[in-house]
Unconditional design. Structure first.
Length: 116
């Protein structure tokens, strides 16, 4: 399974970015897609995830500002980030999970920098 993330960059506080993650390879059984982030000196944390049937889950810190979505035809998951804050600055990682077996796949991170 390969995950290719894109869309990071530098944005001013209050701005928006959209991250994309395309999944390829043996994707049978992958039922959860998500985004995690890791800020300097901090542990990696879940930002948002989405299940095959559309159920979503968000970290409290991004609720109301970020929206996760997926295009099953394109095997792509998106993270729309609005009203960005300096504390959103982190490396964002795309994740795919086979929850029945507990196997996670990770993409290379994409850096999001929010200037205040």
């Amino acid at each position: 399974v390969q995950l290719q993330a894109s869309g990071g960059g530098l944005v001013q506080a209050g701005g928006s970015l959209r991250l994309s993650c395309a999944v390829s390879g043996s994707i049978f059984g992958i039922n959860v897609m998500g985004w995690y982030r890791q800020a300097p000196g901090k542990e990696r944390e879940l930002v948002a995830d989405i299940r095959n049937y559309g159920s979503t889950n968000y970290a409290d810190s991004v609720k109301g500002r970020f929206t996760i979505s997926r295009d099953n035809a394109k095997n792509t998951v998106y993270l729309q980030m609005n009203s960005l804050k300096a504390e959103d600055t982190a490396v964002y990682y795309c994740n795919a999970e086979r929850s029945l077996s507990g196997i996670h796949y990770w993409g290379k991170g994409t850096l999001v920098t929010v200037s205040s």
